[in-house]
Design a binder for this molecule. Structure first.
Ligand SMILES: [Zn+2]
Length: 386
């Protein structure tokens, strides 16, 4: 529940010494405008008369009742609350350290919060969380729209790979829905969502999986730990199957790679990029945490094909069909230009692969393998390569 998530997050930095009932009473007083004549009466939702200590503890762990949420919503006062965020009980200004901690606490729930607006943002969040209690469907809407934003972001980078992994069938156990529909022009169109297996963890390749819309919604609203475990097992099987497929297609892939290199050797000088032997090295590093899919893919390519590519290039070089130095310098320069424009490693990787594809007219996957070779041999992302 959003209310309990927020309250638990801010408690350590807002009234850290208060025990749970005091904290809850204070919070209600901060949020609500209670006329003096109502203090300590049943009309005051923070009073002993309306809510006993044991109830306040329950509200803290499970969230307020609808009744309390309604009564608070009717009395909300933003000014009081914001004032209380920036000043403590003794009217002393809260330190930047405290404010920064509060910012950290609520960062997972909002897009934009800083020291100057933390009071207003926290007020809005708590208000919203109370509205969700009165009308639980709203909270589901919020969860779903947040999950859909994540899903569509993940589609760009991981979509094709994840669909390939699950063979276009919903990954959820017991569901066999196909993840493509036929549009009015008789074309198959991808129709799916990507869910995080562990919702709290970063959306990396290992934590993402393709599912149908129904399973996506169900999993987003609610799922038990056992379902998460099951999904993890399915994900592991998908990853294993992916590496097996690689082995099976090896001969075809090697042919493809060789063709990429042969075609590259025939490319006109400058077709790849203008020459610049003085290319300054850019100390760019692929962060494994942030770019785990890319690192995983590149490592896979390199493990399998590095020696093959190296040998193919040497053979062509010996036969004077190919200038190894020239190609390396051109790739390096292409990379330098892309990195200079502050592109992400994923963008650079796909842009370079696409560049090779347009020149060699070979399958993009083979081109990506060749680019992976250059990543390893230092022309691209020089900091991670040896
Ligand atoms: Zn499904």
């Amino acid at each position: 529940m959003l209310f309990t998530d927020i309250v638990h997050a801010v408690h350590p930095h807002l009234m850290k010494d208060a025990d749970v009932p005091d904290f809850m009473r204070n919070l209600i007083q901060m949020l609500c405008d209670i006329p003096e004549e109502d203090w300590s009466t049943k009309k005051d939702p923070s009073s002993e008369q309306s809510n006993k200590e044991s109830s306040l503890r329950k509200f803290y762990t499970k969230g307020p009742t609808k009744k309390l949420a309604k009564s608070m919503l009717g009395r909300l006062t933003e000014d009081n609350f914001v004032e209380a965020i920036y000043h403590d009980d003794n009217f002393n200004e809260r330190t930047d350290v405290v404010l920064d901690s509060l910012v950290e606490d609520i960062l997972p729930f909002v897009d934009d919060v800083n020291r100057d607006n933390v009071g207003e943002v926290l007020f809005d969040l708590l208000k919203q969380s109370l509205e969700f209690i009165v009308n639980p469907e709203l909270e589901n809407d919020r969860k779903l729209s947040a999950a859909k934003t994540k899903s569509s972001k993940a589609k760009g980078l991981y979509g094709a790979g994840l669909l390939d992994d699950c063979r276009y069938v919903c990954s959820m156990s017991g569901c066999g829905k196909h993840l493509q529909v036929v549009n009015n022009k008789n074309h198959a169109v991808d129709d799916y969502e990507i869910t995080s297996i562990n919702i709290d963890k970063t959306p990396t390749y290992e934590n993402l999986i393709a599912v149908c819309h129904d399973c996506f919604q169900g999993y987003t609203f609610n799922h038990i730990k056992a379902e998460e475990k099951e999904l993890q097992t399915i994900k592991k099987l998908q990853i294993d199957a992916r590496s097996t497929r690689r082995t099976l297609d090896e001969v075809a892939i090697e042919k493809g790679i060789a063709q990429v290199i042969i075609n590259l050797s025939k490319a006109k000088p400058g077709q790849l990029i203008e020459l610049n032997y003085d290319a300054v090295s850019v100390p760019e590093k692929i962060d494994e945490e942030l770019h785990s899919f890319l690192v995983y893919e590149v490592k896979g390519h390199v493990t399998k094909y590095f020696l093959f590519i190296e040998k193919t290039m040497q053979d062509l070089s010996k036969r004077n069909q190919f200038s190894d130095d020239l190609l390396r310098a051109q790739i390096k320069e292409s990379y330098r230009k892309l990195a200079g424009k502050k592109n992400s490693p994923e963008t650079i990787y796909s842009a370079l692969s696409e560049k090779l594809r347009s020149i060699t007219k070979q399958d993009i996957r083979f081109c990506a393998i060749v680019i992976s070779y250059f990543i390893q041999s230092c022309e691209v992302f020089n900091a991670i390569a040896k």
